[in-house]
Design a protein around this ligand. Structure first.
Ligand SMILES: *Cc1c(COP(=O)(O)O)cnc(C)c1O
Length: 749
């Protein structure tokens, strides 16, 4: 396999007709005849962005010869040195290993300060050796560097794909050949390319090792990732963190075990409760009226308060054994983090296993900004007894392909992980045909995070996220009293740089978050998660005279090629992953300005949302502001902010164990109940409104009046505003006599 990594030469004489130009071009020619590509440039341009070339170069050759250096005035020398040094250090912030050579005359080398010299792979002396000799020397260093890049599994896979072996094993497309026999298959092949298909192999290929028994190059990669993420064990998972969570649960929870769970956790955790037959007691997060989920207060974690909940639970009370697992969403959907050390010290030895669902937090290990606010990493507290797990979606914030996920394990001082029995749980949830491209992306995503490169990537994400927030405030300031969007976060924002992480710690009683009295230092907002608040609703749940429901804004953005992560009533959510670019967030700012302009002029929807109007011509002549007013009106009339908050904070009393209620479906012992008749009925299914996509009611719990009122509201809303429907998973939609009706599968009376 050949990769393209040009040798980058920076020399202001690269195109000049003087001796120095001739010399450097002779070297370039010699390097090219060794088979490497050369990219010659005559200046550094913008140093910072040029240093980014480190990701695509095989080495840098920086020229310092007489012209720009030796015979210059002392100021010129100083200036040239300063540029050189800044460039070298800028590269080294991201990349410790890429070869950097200086190219110049012997007598200039004495000017180079030590801190630059120690970063160099060599000093090429002009005219002393032949260009061919130097080219071979450069070549050797480049090869060694490029050879060191690929982590174990990715390396083995590229070799395998390049080897052209005939396969008799699955998959049946045989390295892509099957596609070539059909026209649509040809299209598929051309679209994805040969390598993706050659690398799509099955686990009969010995030399790649086995994901399922964690052997060979796969195991070497998992060990490499464990080293990078600073944990005792790390397992790659190719079916998403949904599966990672189920694996951890099945490794430690059995039927009728008590488990302690964040009420607003991901549905995979609720699936785990159902699958394992556990008895859950829930920790209740706070919530503000924007619909933003806050942290679970520290007090909820106190063992005596957990015990109180156990005693109040009809299925758990009387069970003497300690809870098997605690699971919380570490980084809530809006970016609120917990101080993990505080949780570990409260619950060590009180709960067997602490699982932090870090689907949105795999970056935290790599930057000081997050010290103490993630589960496992360098110099982190270790429990005496409890085992700590973190599950991370590599694909959400790092460079994994969809479904790439990993399980991190931190052993306690007194217990090691029994890998054999853990792997039994792993196997229960894994396909026997894992996708090798996903494994390779787990491997590469981890290798990319190796400091200092990974730290630089996270630093950049934080930096861009703060620049976005600053840009939004600047626009706001310019508009003066006129309306503009706000980005949810602390009032104080550093004027430049990433500021102090203390700025992001949630302080008790601060109005911006609306979560009330939080324990000091217990929570922090991750600045790379940005919730944009639209006008119309304040943090106390009071509706303004007019407002702009977020669903209209995100529909507008989508038609302009911007798709956001999640939409609430008056807020939407975007993330600054390591794939962020200035272009991307600047486009967001300008599109929001476009929206404002179109809104202020009440532009007709056929003009501003043409694709939407094709699907929903009923809005053709409606103006953008009129539409916002109408939707705002119905939200306001129904007091939806209070309704949803109240609904999520209801006191849910379980009437059945979740697994028992769910099993009623398999046995067809259910009634399909119309939403008007739901009060007091016991649900068999998970009921999950989108947004926010957090399960509201869990199998075995009873509907209360608030939830019924909400469902009736959603029905009315969906009839009035087709195209803006609130989606509620778990509802069965049926058309009876031309009328759309909604039902929920409940336990039979
Ligand atoms: C997305 C998510 C998951 C599931 O991750 P996938 O990789 O999509 O399967 C689990 N927990 C939380 C908190 C999530 O947001």
């Amino acid at each position: 396999m050949r990769f393209r990594f040009p040798v980058v030469i920076i020399d202001e004489d690269f195109r000049s007709e003087n001796t120095s130009g001739l010399g450097i071009r002779a070297l370039a020619k010699a390097i090219e005849s060794e088979g490497l590509e050369v990219l010659g440039v005559t200046s550094y341009g913008d140093l910072r962005s040029f240093a980014q070339q480190q990701s695509r170069a095989s080495c840098f050759i920086l020229s310092i010869d007489d012209e720009e250096f030796g015979s210059g005035s002392p100021e010129e020398i100083q200036e040239a040195l300063a540029t050189l040094r800044e460039f070298v250090l800028e590269v080294r912030v991201r990349n410790e290993d890429i070869p950097i050579f200086l190219y110049g005359e012997t007598r200039t080398s004495r000017h180079i300060p030590n801190d630059v010299l120690k970063e160099l792979h060599g000093f090429i002396h002009m005219f002393e050796d032949t260009p061919e000799f130097i080219a071979r020397y450069v070549m050797r260093e480049c090869r060694a560097y490029l050879d060191s890049l690929a982590p174990p599994f990715f390396r083995a896979l590229t070799h395998y794909a390049a080897d052209s072996s005939y396969s008799w094993h699955c998959p049946g497309h045989s390295g892509g050949v099957a596609f070539l026999k059909s026209p649509v298959g040809q299209m598929f092949h051309q679209f994805f390319g040969e390598n993706m298909l050659r690398a799509d192999v099955c686990n009969a290929v010995d030399e790649l090792g086995q994901l399922l028994d964690h052997s060979g190059p796969v195991a070497a990669s998992e060990r490499n990732a464990a080293r990078i993420f600073n944990c005792d064990h790390l397992f790659f998972v190719t079916n998403g963190t949904s599966t990672s969570n189920k694996i951890v649960w099945h490794s430690t929870v059995a039927p009728d075990d008590i488990v302690v769970v964040d009420r607003n956790c991901h549905k995979s955790i609720l699936h785990s409760i159902i699958m394992t037959g556990a008895i859950p007691v829930f920790l209740m997060p706070t919530r503000n009226h924007y619909g933003i989920i806050g942290p679970i207060p520290l007090d909820e974690f106190r063992p005596e308060n957990i015990q109180r909940k156990i005693d109040a639970n009809p299925f758990a009370k009387g069970i003497k054994s300690q809870p098997r697992v605690l699971t919380i969403t570490q980084s809530t959907y809006d970016g609120v983090l917990y101080n993990v050390d505080a949780i570990k010290s409260l619950l060590d030895g009180k709960i067997d296993t602490l699982l932090f669902d870090e689907a949105w937090l795999p970056h935290a290990s790599f930057h000081d900004f997050y010290v103490g606010m993630h589960a496992i990493g360098q110099n982190r507290a270790i429990c005496d007894e409890s085992m700590v797990f973190a599950t991370q979606s590599t694909h959400k914030l790092l460079a994994g392909l969809s479904q790439a996920s990993q399980i991190l394990v931190q052993e306690s001082a007194s217990r090691t992980l029994d890998r054999n029995s853990f792997i039994e749980a792993y196997l229960m949830h894994s396909s026997t045909s894992p996708q090798y491209a996903i494994i390779a992306s787990c491997d590469v995503a981890a290798a990319m995070m190796e400091p200092p490169g990974g730290t630089a990537l996270v630093h950049e994400s934080i930096m861009e996220a703060l620049d976005f927030r600053r840009a939004m405030r600047k626009v706001d300031a310019e508009f003066g009293d006129d309306w503009w969007f706000k980005v949810w976060g602390p009032d104080y924002l550093a004027e430049e740089g990433i500021g102090d992480r203390e700025d992001w710690v949630l302080q008790a009683g601060d109005r911006w978050h609306g979560f009330g009295d939080l324990a000091p230092g217990f929570n922090m907002l991750d600045p790379i998660k940005a919730t944009v608040i639209t006008p119309g609703l304040d943090v106390d749940g009071e509706f303004a005279e007019s407002g702009i429901p977020a669903g209209v804004v995100t529909k507008y953005l989508a038609e302009h090629g911007i798709v956001v992560e999640k939409t609430g009533l008056y807020s939407f959510f975007i993330m600054f992953t390591i794939g962020i670019t200035k272009g991307r967030w600047n486009t967001m700012v300008t599109e929001l300005q476009q929206f404002k302009d179109d809104y202020d002029r009440n532009q007709p929807l056929w003009r501003v949302l043409p694709e939407f109007i094709q699907a929903y011509p009923c809005y053709e002549k409606v103006g953008l502001r009129d539409l916002c007013d109408q939707i705002h009106g119905i939200y306001k009339a129904n007091d939806v902010a209070h309704l949803t908050t109240e609904m999520y904070l209801s006191d849910f009393v379980p009437a059945m164990k979740p697994a028992v209620a769910f099993a009623k479906m398999a046995h067809r012992e259910i009634d399909r109940v119309s939403i008007d008749d739901l009060e007091e009925r016991i649900t068999s299914v998970l009921l999950t409104p989108y947004p926010p996509g957090i399960p509201l009611l869990i199998p075995g719990e009873r509907f209360n009046a608030t939830i019924v009122r909400y469902l009736q509201f959603a029905r009315e809303f969906n009839t009035s505003f087709p195209g803006f429907e609130t989606d509620i998973h778990g509802l069965v939609k049926e058309t009876v006599d031309g009328e759309v009706r909604y039902f929920v599968d409940c336990v039979k009376f």
